[in-house]
Design a protein. Sequence first.
Length: 217
Amino acid sequence: MISYTKRVLSLYKTLFDAFGPQRWWPGDTPFEVMVGAVLTQNTNWTNVSRAIDTLKNEGLLSFEAISALPLDTLAEKIRPSGYYNLKAKRLTNLLGLIHRKYDGDLSLFFQTDQDTLRQDLLSVKGIGPETADSIILYAAKHPVFVVDAYTHRILSRHGIIGEESDYHEIQDLFMDSLPADTALFNEYHALLVRLGKEFCKKTNPRCSSCPLKEPEE
């Protein structure tokens, strides 16, 4: 584990030195962050931002307002995020959970202990581990490491994990190697996303200019 810990810490330092703080996740309130976490499934943040702006501009970005919207109306409002009918159902399912179990009290929901909150989120149809952990980390501010496709790609290409490693194996690697620090997990995940978007792309990766490139002897 010592070698893994050193590699994980070294990776973070290299990325932070290269990119600096990412100030992620963008959102004015925990509720906005939670909505964004659902809308960002299978799309990029530019599209999500357009959908969020629509909700904001029409005074609809609140628990009460979205809960009151008919499903087809909500779907139309979030159309820029893609898969809007599906995502409208997922948002409705999530808000339904908060209504039923937490009496619509967002503060109570976000203050719930991490394990219970994760169980509750994963019980919602359409909420998987990545979305659940994004809400737990970025909205509820509990220390959990979010794993995504960028994380898997970067670590496997650099031989830190195997291609077959699953979500929980990768998450355990980070959480066993790092202190349980919300701010650190937040920053690290954001740095990996930045690297994945700009350098460690799925096709045509920019390896020659990557910050993780080994120096030539």
